[in-house]
Design a protein around this ligand. Structure first.
Ligand SMILES: NC(=O)c1ccc[n+]([C@@H]2O[C@H](COP(=O)([O-])OP(=O)(O)OC[C@H]3O[C@@H](n4cnc5c(N)ncnc54)[C@H](OP(=O)(O)O)[C@@H]3O)[C@@H](O)[C@H]2O)c1
Length: 166
């Protein structure tokens, strides 16, 4: 599986259970990367979407221990159940899309992390681990900076050199 996120200069990823930035070029990259694939999220991330609805044109799996089963996405109650569910799909089809807690839990199992770096400080209250300080991860791709909608962003990929099996 892979993780996908955007982060500010301090690896901040969210504030008040919402995103800090809405940048069309980043949203396009997220949509194009995940469409037709499987997205895995924690319960707060599902609740943060408009109407609390899952994402269209993707298989949505939500780790929601107290949550009820529903028709529009697959709700799992534990990590064991989550792994059993994602084993039904190819490893390259599965994207962890947040939030902070689920990223933290699944990071060791991610072969790659796709980080859109936003050159700004968003006043975050939720963070991703600083991968530049994690010896298991190497930066394998970094785009040229892109100036867009008043932001300077870079698309980056980190590779996990010690991926854990699930
Ligand atoms: N920048 C980005 O790309 C990006 C992407 C996604 C989200 N975010 C941001 O991240 C923030 C939300 O982070 P968060 O940590 O609150 O959200 P989260 O990971 O979506 O949700 C946390 C909840 O999910 C369940 N969960 C997650 N990991 C679990 C585990 N290991 N074991 C059992 N249950 C687990 C629990 O649900 P229960 O409480 O129901 O038991 C937990 O309280 C928001 O600000 C959001 O906007 C940013």
């Amino acid at each position: 599986m892979k993780a996908i996120l955007h982060a500010d200069r301090e690896w901040g990823i969210g504030r008040n259970n919402g995103l800090m930035f809405s940048i069309p070029a980043d949203m396009k990259f997220f949509r194009e990367t995940t469409t037709g694939n499987v997205v895995v999220m924690g319960s707060n991330t599902l609740k943060s979407f408009p109407g609390g609805n899952p994402l269209k044109n993707r298989t949505n799996i939500v780790l929601y221990p107290g949550g009820e089963k529903r028709d529009d996405c697959t709700v799992v109650g534990s990590l064991e159940e989550l792994f059993a569910e994602i084993k039904k799909y190819g490893k390259d089809e599965v994207y962890v899309i947040g939030g902070a807690m689920l990223y933290r839990t699944l990071l060791p199992y991610c072969s790659e992390v796709l980080v859109t770096k936003v050159d700004a400080s968003g006043g975050a209250d939720a963070y991703f681990e600083n991968l530049d300080e994690n010896p298991c991860f190497s930066l394998v791709y970094e785009s040229e900076p892109v100036e867009t909608n008043g932001y300077k962003i870079k698309f980056t990929t980190y590779k996990n050199n010690a991926v854990k099996e699930y």
